[in-house]
Write a protein that binds this ligand. Sequence first.
Ligand code: FMN
Length: 307
Amino acid sequence: MLGLSAGNPDGSAEILLKVALHAAEDEGAQVSLLRLDDLTLPTRPVGPVAVATEDDGAWLWDQVMESDGLIVSAPIYSRTIPGKLKLVADRLSGPAADVVFAENYRSMLQAGETPPVAFPYDERVFRPRVAGLIAVGGALTTQWRGLALPLMHQMMFSSNIAVADQLLVGGAGMPRAVVLDAAALVNAARVGRSVGSQLGRPFEQVEYRGEPGLCPLCHLSAVEIHGTAVECVTCGAAGRLSVADGQAVVAFDDPAGLEKSVIGLTEKREHFVEVQETGQIQGALAAEIERRASVYAQYERRITPGS
Ligand SMILES: Cc1cc2nc3c(=O)[nH]c(=O)nc-3n(C[C@H](O)[C@H](O)[C@H](O)COP(=O)(O)O)c2cc1C
C-alpha cells in the first residue's frame, strides 16, 4: 500500500498520512511512503530515451500499478490541492489509466484490429485498488476548503479505484500544528484502517467508511443546480432538487442518474465510444484542421525566460 505525501516534508499532511499508514499496518498492510517532493515530474512525459533523473513519471506509475491501495494526503492551497498533486493526477489518470479504454484495446488488439485513437495501456490497471483521501488546511472556516477532496477524486476514477474513506481537516495553521488536533489524528487512523482492511477487494465489495455526503457515489456534497436538475461536481452523478418544508432536498435516487457518474463503468464505456467516434470524424478532417490551425501557429507573440 502506497502513501502519497503532497505536503511539506514532515508537515501536517505527512503527519496525518503517517498516522493512517501506521493504522493500515496494524490491519496487516505492507506500506511505503512516497513524498512528491522527491520526484522530478515534468508536465508531459519525457520520451523513452530520457534518463530517469529527468522524469520519474514512469517510476511513479509503476509504484501505483504495483499497489493494492493508496492513501493520498495533501495540504489545502487556495481552497484546493497543491499544483504538484494535480500534476501527479494529470500524469496518472486519463485514457492510459482508464479501465474501459484498456478493456477495449485488449479486445481490439486480440482481434487484430487497430484502434482509431491509440493510447498506451497497461493490464495492471485492472488490479483492484482501494484508496483513502486526506486534505488538511490552516483555516477554521469551511469556505477555505471546498475544492480539495473533489480534485483528489480525479486520481481515482479512471482506474476504478474505490475510495473507502476521506477526511477533511481544518485549523492546522502553523507548520505541523495538526498534532494538536486529537480528533484529526483519530480520524486519520480511521482512514488507514478503512483502506488497510479492504485491500484486494473488488470495487463493488469495498465499503465506504467515511462521512456521508449528498452523492451516494463519491460521498461529497458539491453540486451544480440547473432548475430542478442537480449534477455532482465531483463525479457527474445526476440527481434532482426539490423543496420540502421550506428546505432544499437533493436526491440521487434515479439509477439512470447514477449511471452518469464517471465513477461507474456505464459512463466510462459511453465516453470511450464518444472518443473513438470523435477520433474517426475529426481524423477524416485532419487536412482541414491543419489548414485552419496553421493560421494561429503563425501568430507569434511568445516570450520565454531570457528572450
Ligand atoms: C500557498 C498556500 C495556500 C494556502 N491556502 C489555504 C486555503 O485555501 N485553505 C486552508 O485551509 N489553508 C490554506 N493554507 C494553509 C495550509 O493548508 C496549511 O498550513 C497546511 O496544514 C500545510 O500542510 P503541510 O505542512 O503538510 O504542507 C495555504 C498554505 C499555502 C502555503
